[in-house]
Ligand binder design. Structure first.
Ligand code: ZN
Length: 206
């Protein structure tokens, strides 16, 4: 770890800066454990993720549960999502420069996403079988999307805390730029949980 990365890491730990630089996350080595993909809520996730997701429901207060809305994505789906996002950005900002476009695009759909490993999940909180509001809607990018955002609505703020506490207790790391994105075992998890290496690499199409 060089001094600049260490500095960034300390800022994140102290909650002065929330998001670790992408090059630091991507620099984590992968020691692939070879776990299979299994189904959860119609999505595919690694077995270790599946087991931890089961624990999350046990950690939640009565009446609450989580639903996984996105798990493993193959390369083709990831590329398709990037193309859709690129189109939307170009429509919204017709004058955008190429470098701004790439920055915005990487923010909304990561180039090398944890979803390609089966270790990342997008999760929604349910209360009494209804989606419990946690700030911005899923995939809605506004000032309530970052996990650390101060939410005006007290119920949403409480719900977000409930979700994050249970996910953390089960061993997941949250991506601070999106309140719904969590991972276990991928490079992002290794970076945020201060692990030497990821245990899930990208799953190639067979
Ligand atoms: Zn995600």
């Amino acid at each position: 770890m060089n001094i600049r990365v260490l500095y960034n890491y300390i800022l994140v730990r102290l909650a002065v800066r929330h998001i670790l630089p992408a090059h630091f996350v991507n620099s984590k080595p992968v020691s692939e454990c070879g776990e299979e993909l299994v189904e959860r809520d119609g999505c595919l996730v690694r077995l270790g993720v599946f087991e931890r997701l089961k624990q999350v429901n046990e950690f939640l207060p009565d009446g609450y549960r989580i639903v996984v809305v996105e798990g493993f994505r193959d390369e083709r789906k990831q590329e398709q999502l990037r193309q859709e996002a690129e189109k939307k950005i170009k429509e919204a900002f017709p004058e955008i420069t190429e470098s701004e476009l790439v920055t915005r695009l990487n923010k909304s759909v990561a180039n090398r996403s944890g979803h390609l490993t089966g270790g990342a999940v997008d999760v929604l909180l349910y209360k009494d079988n209804q989606v419990a509001p946690c700030g911005s809607k899923y995939l809605e990018f506004n000032n309530e999307t970052p996990s650390f955002a101060r939410l005006k609505d007290k119920t949403s703020s409480a719900n977000r805390k409930i979700l994050h506490k249970a996910m953390k207790k089960a061993g997941f790391s949250n991506y601070p730029a999106e309140w719904w994105h969590f991972s276990y075992g991928d490079k992002m998890w290794a970076a945020y949980a201060n692990k030497h290496a990821a245990i899930y690499g990208e799953v190639k199409n067979s």
